[in-house]
Design a binder for this molecule. Structure first.
Ligand code: F6R
Length: 241
C-alpha cells in the first residue's frame, strides 16, 4: 500500500485527478470504478476543469459506481445517479451508455447479479476510486462484511445513515438500505485509489495503516491487494506516527 501525503482536501483532489487523468489518457477502453460522497468532489472538480481546459476525452471510458440507495429513483435529487451527473457526468464527454450505477428501484437480487455480470463483461475495473467511512466501510460494506462478497444489498449502519443525513432534509428521509459492490468486487479491480481527508477520518486512517486485517474493519481488506494508493491529507494523518 503506497501512501501519498498531501496538504489538504483541495490538494488531495488535485493529486487524485492527476492519477486518474494519467490512466484515462494512457489506457484504451478504460473502466473506472467511482465513488460518491463528500470525499471525491474536489477530484471530480479537477477532472471537469481539465476537460474544459485541456479537452481530455472520456469517449473511451466506462464507469461503474460503487453503490446506490434502495427505493430512491435515479432522478431523485439525493440519488447517487443525480450526484454523479451533477458533479461529473454532465460536464465531461463520457457516453451515456457507458455509465453504470446499481438501480435501486430494480428487483434487488437480480440487479446485484446483473451488476456483477456487467462489470465482468466489461473486463473488470481498471481503476477503482474509494472513500472510507469513519467505521472503515468501503462502498457500503459495513463492518463484518465478508471479504469475498460480491454486489449485494446492505442494511446501512445507523452511524452511516447519520453521516449521510447532511444530504437529506431529515433523518427519516435517509434510506435504510443500499446496493453496493462487495469487498470481493472491489478487490478484483486492477488498481485502487483510496482518498482520505479530514480529522473525522483520522482514526480510520490510523487503523488502516496499522496493517491488521480484520473483517470488522472493511478497509483492511485492501492489504490483500497489490496495487493500492492512499492519498491522505494532514488532518487525516494526525493520529498516524
Ligand atoms: C460512496 C461510498 C462510501 C463513501 C464513504 C465516505 O459511494 O461508497 O463508502 O466513500 O461513506 O463518505 P464521505 O466521502 O461523504 O465522507
Amino acid at each position: 500500500m503506497k501512501l501519498i501525503q498531501v496538504e489538504d482536501y483541495q490538494d488531495m483532489g488535485k493529486k487524485a485527478a492527476e492519477i486518474i487523468l494519467d490512466r484515462v489518457r494512457n489506457t484504451e477502453n478504460i473502466v473506472l470504478g467511482l465513488a460518491t460522497g463528500g470525499t471525491p468532489i474536489s477530484t471530480y472538480e479537477n477532472i471537469v476543469q481539465d476537460h474544459q481546459t485541456n479537452g481530455t476525452s472520456y469517449q473511451h471510458v466506462t464507469s461503474f459506481n460503487l453503490d446506490e440507495y434502495i427505493g430512491v429513483r435515479p432522478d431523485h435529487p439525493n440519488s447517487y445517479h443525480t450526484f454523479m451527473y451533477k458533479h461529473l457526468f454532465h460536464h465531461i464527454n463520457i457516453p451515456q451508455e457507458k455509465i453504470f450505477l446499481p438501480n435501486g428501484m430494480a428487483e434487488q437480487q437480480q440487479e446485484c447479479r446483473d451488476y456483477e455480470q456487467r462489470i465482468r463483461e466489461h473486463g473488470g475495473i481498471d481503476l477503482q476510486v474509494l472513500g472510507i467511512g469513519e467505521n472503515g466501510h468501503i462502498g457500503f460494506n459495513e463492518p463484518g462484511t465478508a471479504f469475498d462478497s460480491t454486489t449485494h444489498v446492505v442494511d446501512l449502519a445507523e452511524s452511516t445513515r447519520q453521516a449521510n443525513a447532511r444530504f437529506f432534509e431529515s433523518m427519516e428521509d435517509v434510506p435504510k438500505q443500499a446496493i453496493t459492490m462487495g469487498i470481493g468486487s472491489i478487490l478484483r479491480s486492477k488498481e485502487i485509489l483510496l482518498l482520505i481527508a479530514g480529522e473525522a477520518k483520522s482514526k480510520a486512517l490510523a487503523q488502516l495503516l496499522d496493517k491488521q486485517v480484520d473483517e470488522q474493519f472493511p478497509a483492511s481488506a485492501l492489504h490483500h491487494h497489490a496495487n493500492v494508493t492512499v492519498i491522505a491529507d494532514k488532518a487525516a494523518l494526525q493520529h498516524t506516527n
